[in-house]
Structures are given as structure tokens and as C-alpha cells.
Design a protein around this ligand. Sequence first.
Ligand code: NI
Length: 262
Amino acid sequence: MFAMQLTDTHCHLDFDAFDADRSQVIERARAVGVQWIIDPGVDLSSSRAAIRLSETHAGVFAAAGVHPNDALSWDNHTLPELRQMATHPRVVAVGEIGLDYYRDRAPKDVQQRIFRQQLDLAAELGLPVIIHCRNATADVLRILAEKRASTLKGVLHSFSGDQAAAEQALALGFWIGITGPVTFQNAADLQLLVSRLPLENLLIETDAPFLTPHPRRGQRNEPAHVHFVAEKIAALKGLPLQVVAEATTANAARLFDWSKTA
Ligand code: NI
């Protein structure tokens, strides 16, 4: 029934929200055509857990990184450990890294310092980056622009900026990650933006267990729900779902280059 190949490029499969039924969650995702899932770490132990899942589940890949909300966990051992993890064959990116001025759990200068260090690590290793950006679009784009000479590429995960910010990101060679909020009734601005952005620049994500799309809002999110995001993009662009599924999977395979490990 589903010949479709969907990819969820951002799912926190290692979080304890999935401890009770992780295998069933992965099976349900496969049943609706989700063939590939990327689990980005948010700190060292989460990155380690993501790598373990990638070793034991076909189609699951990991990213290693320290999230801006966990910036205060950073110490002298963090960068060498991340560097070691990032050489694992199932690690396809450095992430989730970035800036979060909304939660504001760490001072801005600390967030920016570890963001830059992890961008440099990704450049050094030739890996793409998965970027979390909340109320910090200007600073994220400024830092990415400064780093551009190092040929960074990546995705702005769960993009929430405006058209100008999206165009800047595309000009820097970045993809735009679209999550559940695009399905919300009150998301007219994001929907208009998605209808205008080229399909070849989009990735689809759940950010599960968070950001559950309509019509499952109020429940725990899971990677099977990425098809609601794909359906919404298809509707906004007036394209068949199959076309959106194929294109976003091809985009993910190109950015994260998992052919070498799959
Ligand atoms: Ni996330």
C-alpha cells in the first residue's frame, strides 16, 4: 500500500518518552513509509544513546552534538568526545547545535562559543550541521555567514523565520527543516513561506516527541507522523504526496550522504 519513501530528519528517538515502546514506534514509522530517521543528540549522553540506536536499527542514523539548552554541560572533555563520536560510521551530522534565546537556559556568550566550536568541528570533519534556532535568527545567520568560508552545509531545523531569513539561509547553502507547526490552523505565515520555497530546499522532520502535527495535537509525537507534514506541504504546493516524499528523501540523502553507511 505504501511504496513511499519518507525521511524524518529530526527525531529524538533516544528520549525516555520512547523507552516503553521504542520498537513499536519504529515499526509504525516503517508501516507508513518512513525508511530513514535521524536522531540528533542534545548532549553527550543523548548523542551516545542515538549512536547505539543507529547501530541496532536499520535506517536510523545519529547526529552528535550539544544543544544550546544544554550549553552549561560543556566542559574541557566535551569537544574531544564529540570529535570521537562524530567519526562513528552511523553519525551523519553534528547536531543538534545552535542558539536558543527563548528558553535562555545559558548565557548568550556561552551558547555562541559552543555553537562556533561545534561548527568548526563539523567543518573539520566534513559533516553537515543540524541547527536549532529559537528567537535567535539574526545571530545564527550572522555566525553561519562568518563560517561560510569553511564550506559548511546543513539544515535550519524547525524553521520559524521569515522569507528574508529563509532566502539568506538558502544563499548560505542551507536546507529548511519543516515540522508539525506547518499543519496548525494559525500558521498562515509559515504556510505561505513553504508554498513559496523550492521543494529541493526542504526537509521534513517531526522533532518527536515534540511538535505533534494536526490532527494528532495533544498526543506524543512520533516519526510516523512525519507523513502529516509531507501531506501539508503537498497540499500547499499542489503536488502529489509521492512527489514531496521522494524529493524530501532525496534532499536528505544528498545533505547527510548516508549512502556510504546505509
Ligand atoms: Ni530537536
